[in-house]
Write a protein that binds this ligand. Structure first.
Ligand code: ADP
Ligand code: SF4
Ligand code: MG
Length: 320
């Protein structure tokens, strides 16, 4: 098992109170698994990703345990996480490619980053060049400024950089969101290619766009309002989801072979609850067509068949 997360709960401290952005997250990631993490904007995807690697204020660790390759990750301790960060667990943060320093050439930027981690740039240069070949970028990019590169090229460089030390886990947060459709496809393919050649072992691929996951994910985990709703193989989530929220999310996507103009995209009625004072029980209750009294209690996230996890009182009937 690559990653084990138990009961992970993380809040944001704000002047108005604590925002309950991640509650009681329980899930595992197998060796080599590419897990898509999806859900509407604001449901806690970035919070979950960041919690595993850089849990800094205003984030506040409440409880939980995380293990990577059987070793406990001290996620509540930013200093101790230095030992793991970038080496065993790496992240491509949301908006990373736009955060490149425009006054630094790419090579210089990589060298400074490695230096800050006490790693010698020259010693890794052959690996860097080999990885640039893998993502089909000329070595010349090392002498270029970010402004000279397209969005897709920048995203590939960020990917090369974040996986240079072959981390066990890569967290990729919305890395395709700002790209055009064909570039999205090729960046997504790079993720699979990098996993296949061992540049990283497993991946959490965060996106608000489930359709990109058709192409690359092994499994998909759906979040809603700070809680996990469902996790299963890609095929199960796409073809036979059980959670009412997953069903609505999948049915609102355009179907393969159907032109956009033929099918008007239907959004999911209503809005998610505010996480400052979230309602008790299932947080999807107000929008759920199947809600009943029991839903005033929080449904546990349980394995209803091998590899299929669900938090719903109705659809997980055996334990209701
Ligand atoms: N720095 C912050 N301070 C307070 N609340 C935050 C902060 N960042 C995120 N949140 C809140 O946490 C929730 C989850 O946000 P986030 O993890 O960014 O969602 P997602 O990545 O799914 O869009 C949202 O309700 C958001 O408003
Ligand atoms: S627990 Fe209840 S409200 Fe929540 S998704 Fe299931 S049926 Fe709907
Ligand atoms: Mg996000």
């Amino acid at each position: 098992m690559s990653l084990q997360v138990e009961n992970l709960t993380v809040y944001y401290q704000t002047l108005r109170g604590e925002v309950h952005s991640l509650e009681h997250a329980n899930f595992n990631l197998g060796d080599g698994e590419i897990m898509g993490l999806a859900g509407e904007s604001g449901c806690g995807k970035t919070t979950l990703g960041n919690s595993l690697i850089y849990l800094a204020p205003p984030m506040k660790f409440i409880e939980g345990q995380v293990a990577l390759d059987g070793e406990e990750l001290p996620v509540w301790d930013i200093e101790r996480m230095n030992e793991f960060r970038f080496k065993k667990i790496s992240i491509i943060p949301q908006y990373a490619m736009n955060a490149m320093n425009p006054t630094r050439k790419i090579g210089k930027m990589i060298s400074e980053l490695l230096q800050s981690r006490k790693i010698n740039y020259k010693e890794l240069l052959s690996v860097i060049k080999e990885r640039l070949d893998k993502v089909k970028l000329p070595h010349d990019v090392l002498n270029m400024y970010p402004i000279e590169l397209s969005g897709g090229m920048k995203q590939r460089i960020v990917m090369v950089l974040s996986t240079l030390l072959n981390p066990s886990l890569l967290i990729a947060d919305e890395i395709t969101s700002a790209l055009d459709v064909s570039t999205q496809k090729s960046v997504a393919e790079m993720i699979v290619k990098f996993r296949d050649c061992g540049c990283m072992k497993s991946v959490i691929f965060i996106t608000h766009d489930v359709s990109i996951l058709y192409q690359i994910a092994d499994s998909i985990m759906i979040m809603y309002a700070g809680q996990l709703s469902e996790k299963a193989s890609k095929e199960t989530i796409i073809h036979s989801p059980l959670h009412p929220y997953t069903k609505l999310l999948i049915s609102s996507l355009p179907k393969v072979g159907v032109k956009h103009s033929e099918k008007k995209l239907t959004g999911i009625p209503g809005t998610p609850p505010l996480l400052l004072n979230p309602p008790v029980g299932c947080r999807f209750r107000d929008r759920c067509p199947l809600a009943f009294e029991k839903c005033l209690e929080t449904p546990p996230f349980v394995e209803i068949e091998q590899g299929h996890f669900l938090a719903c009182w109705k659809e997980g009937a055996p334990y209701a």
